[in-house]
Design a protein around this ligand. Structure first.
Ligand code: HEM
Length: 200
């Protein structure tokens, strides 16, 4: 019997997060690819600035004590430094968010934002391959933030999702996690639109 992804949606928090945000991920994937980020280094730089804004928006979560108790190796998972170095590698000035652009992320919502950030590293293998083959970039230059963990992306992801699934939350906080993931994807989408219209 084939188990449809939706059938497992009730089983774990991450399965539910995946199922609930899948349409938005598809939309984001499509919008990013429509910017043709791997056609040339200038287009790729626009993609980097989107990533830079996202990682800047969630920077403070990585030093949050409550989150650090729940999630393994939290501080080392922050990729802001790498994405800023990528922007600099390509001759850009890393985007800084004005105070008004910083999202307010409270309580359990933070877990949803971090799910999106970690998941984006899982999917980054494909992006790294394109950056390498089409633009000549690498984990040492221009595509640092797309690098996988030395022990493998899969293992790093499984450690994260196991911890996320094990966090005990009430129903209200559980919904906040999903809400946080939706807000994270919407934040990235808004940065894509800003880059697409040159407003960033
Ligand atoms: C063109 C851009 C993108 C492509 C082609 C892409 C592709 C992928 C792929 C192939 C996976 C599955 C990886 C696997 O199961 O081994 C994945 C997972 C994921 N990606 Fe993306 N991605 C893109 C951009 C993003 C961005 C910008 C974000 C968020 C900032 C994001 C968030 C996620 C999340 C949360 C998952 C994990 C889903 C889960 O299994 O629970 N992706 N992506």
């Amino acid at each position: 019997m084939t188990i449809h992804p939706a059938a497992t949606a009730a089983e774990s928090r991450t399965a539910r997060l995946r199922a609930e945000t899948h349409p938005t991920h598809e939309r984001l994937d499509g919008r990013i690819m429509s910017l043709k980020p791997f056609d040339d280094r200038n287009s790729y730089l626009r993609f980097l600035q989107i990533q830079c804004a996202f990682h800047a928006a969630i920077e403070t979560l990585y030093s949050d004590e409550w989150l650090a108790r729940l999630l393994p190796d939290l501080q080392e998972r922050c990729r802001l430094e790498q994405v800023r170095a990528d922007v600099t590698d390509l001759g850009g000035e890393p985007v800084r968010l004005a105070a008004a652009e910083m999202p307010v992320i409270e309580g359990a919502e933070a877990l949803g934002w971090l799910y999106v950030a970690e998941g984006s590293n899982l999917g980054a293998a494909f992006l790294l391959k394109a950056a390498r083959e089409q633009l000549g970039l690498s984990e040492e230059f221009g595509a640092r933030h797309l690098a996988g963990h030395p022990e493998g992306r899969g293992l790093q992801w499984r450690r994260f999702t196991a911890a996320l699934d094990a966090v005990e939350l009430g129903a209200e906080d559980d919904s906040l996690v999903i809400e946080g993931a939706h807000r994270a994807f919407e934040f990235v989408l808004s940065r894509v639109e800003a880059e697409a219209t040159g407003a960033a």
